[in-house]
Design a protein around this ligand. Structure first.
Ligand code: F6P
Length: 554
């Protein structure tokens, strides 16, 4: 693109945003409840279905005109061309000069995808087969620990994308996991995490999977060394090799660590950490649920990829998710976004989305390196319902900030009997309804009077019981939390983030923002450890904290 092209594209985006701003003003007096009441077919018109997943965004302050203007914005930002460039293996991660091809990992058809003129699909398939063979061998007991005992616990050691995706998915797919084989995840450099994980484990029955794209991440390397020492102490140095496997793009570093080539599984620099659950990084998950279910997980994601590539923008689920994200963040000005799975097994889904969304969209410069003109990603947060209802939902309903919410719920549970699940669904539907509908002062007053309160007292207390309402939410209803559905959900959010980044003109695939803290931690470690006594050069606060902790330490 020439600079004139870039300027013209920016002008088109600015104009599309202006049109949305003007349109927003026309909605100032509308409410979501009015929009629903005024259109009996609103649910049909503002919901999309893809396989086992239905997305209902009818409880948002959006009209057909909103969607049209958002789609105009997507076109102005060049969404289709950038999407096609990603699927074609172009190096759209400009700051790292890398292709972005997590989608290749789930292209089960094997359709050729080229990077630097080479079809990567044969190596993708071959590495997946290696992982599957290893997973099967652990599952069947063909591959055992050094003493001949079967492996009963796999401990994944990784952090960020090398932890969150597999940990989230292993919990989500618990009903598909092999009995007698448990997956655990250690990420934090806090020694407590490793200590508490190992506490009740038998080294002879434990396999460690060291998962790190770079194989240099200090947390993972420190935890891996501790695990190595734990095995060596219990079973002897010669046993170590039987109890470790590694997943990385850095084969030389894995080799130096001492893990044999046949226990190394690789992926490629065109797989971002937060998009890597589909690769060998999913090894612990593959061992837990087995190749068949892992393949179904990939197939679910592939279904979303095909839809993202081919469906018209206005009927394209991840496109609408991303555009509604832009509507909420950039036009309505909402600074955070809650993800509320009414599905206990999706307890780690918000944490996975935090990395996916906030590492991708937490940027202040455009692809061209200029300051961005608009706010970028919202703060993503959330916890499963119904627990959240008894904790932070108060703020969602009566706080002064509006927080768009995503509700996720399965039509059917894995468990027998429907008592629990009917209650779960009722609560989920009630929350989105309450957020949308609210309760007026008159309603609140009347309710108190109906309950027997004197009108004067009721008038005093009623303001505390008013709910503003008109708070947007989107509900994802899926048949059952099976591997394919989970794959769909994760891929939907991945592409949502892609859409938002494209509209904002930022690079969703780098994460330079994590570097400064890492550099400073490396510099501070000798000071904290006492190998460097002098505190010169430290700012007053940091020096004061170090001096105090030196005195406090036992
Ligand atoms: O926190 C930064 C980050 O680079 C993430 O993007 C990544 O997922 C994580 O660290 C772990 O990195 P690695 O897999 O190289 O250990």
């Amino acid at each position: 693109m020439t600079s004139a092209d870039t300027a013209a594209a920016q002008t088109a985006v600015d104009k599309a945003f202006e049109a949305l701003e003007q349109h927003r003003r026309t909605l100032d007096k509308s409410t979501i409840a009015d929009l629903l009441a005024g259109d009996p077919r609103r649910f049909q018109r503002f919901s999309l279905r893809l396989g086992s997943v239905l997305m209902d965004h009818s409880k948002t302050l959006a009209t057909s005109r909103t969607v049209k203007l958002l789609v105009d914005l997507a076109r102005a930002s060049g969404l289709e061309a950038r999407r096609d460039a990603m699927f074609a293996g172009e190096k759209i991660n400009a700051t790292e000069k890398r292709a972005v091809l997590h989608v290749a990992l789930r292209t089960l058809s094997g359709r050729p995808i080229h990077v630097d003129g080479r079809d990567v699909m044969p190596e993708v398939a071959a590495e997946r087969e290696r992982c599957f063979a290893f997973a099967e061998a652990i599952r069947s007991g063909a591959l055992r620990g050094a003493t001949g005992k079967r492996i009963s616990t796999v401990v994944n050691i990784g952090i960020g994308g090398s932890d969150l995706g597999p940990a989230m998915a292993a919990l989500a797919l618990q009903p598909y996991a092999k009995r007698g084989l448990t997956a655990r995840f250690v990420s934090n450099v806090d020694g407590a995490h490793m200590a508490d994980t190992l506490r009740d484990l038998d080294p002879a029955r434990t396999l460690f999977v060291v998962a790190s794209k770079t194989f240099t991440t200090i947390e993972t390397m420190t935890n891996a060394a501790t695990a190595r020492g734990w095995v060596a102490q219990a079973l002897g140095e010669a046993a170590v090799g039987h109890h470790f496997a590694a997943v990385s793009t850095n084969l030389a570093a894995v080799n130096t660590f001492g893990i044999a080539a046949e226990r190394m599984f690789r992926f490629w620099d065109w797989v971002g950490g937060r998009y890597s659950v589909w690769s060998a990084i999913g090894l612990t998950l593959m061992i837990a649920v087995g190749p068949r279910h892992f393949t179904a997980f990939l197939a679910g994601a592939e279904k979303v990829d095909e839809h993202f590539r081919n469906a018209p923008l206005a009927r394209n689920m991840p496109v609408i998710m991303g555009l509604m994200g832009i509507w909420h963040r950039n036009v309505l000005g909402y600074a955070s976004h809650a993800v509320l799975p009414y599905d206990q097994r999706l307890a780690r889904f918000p944490a996975h989305l935090q990395q996916l969304d906030m590492e991708s969209l937490g940027k202040s410069v455009t692809l061209a390196g200029a300051p961005v003109e608009r706010p970028t990603g919202p703060v993503i947060w959330g916890e499963p319902g119904t627990n959240g209802q008894h904790a932070f939902f108060q703020l969602l309903h009566q706080g002064t900030d509006v927080v768009p919410c995503d509700f996720l719920i399965a039509a059917s549970p894995h468990e027998r009997g429907r008592k629990h699940h009917d209650l779960l669904i009722a609560n989920c539907l009630a929350q989105s309804k309450a957020l949308m509908r609210g309760r007026t002062l008159e309603e609140a007053t009347q309710q108190l009077i109906d309950g027997g309160m004197a009108p004067k007292e009721a008038a005093k207390l009623a303001p505390h019981r008013v709910f503003a309402g008109n708070r947007p939410s989107t509900t994802f209803l899926y048949r059952k939390l099976d591997p394919a559905t989970l794959g769909m959900l994760v891929a939907l959010y991945e592409h949502k983030v892609f859409v938002m980044a494209t509209v904002l003109g930022i690079n969703a695939f780098d994460q330079w923002g994590v570097e400064l803290g890492k550099e400073l931690a490396t510099a501070l470690e000798p000071v904290v450890a006492g190998r460097q006594a002098a505190l010169d050069g430290l700012d007053g606060s940091t020096a004061g904290l170090v001096a105090t902790l030196r005195k406090m330490r036992v």
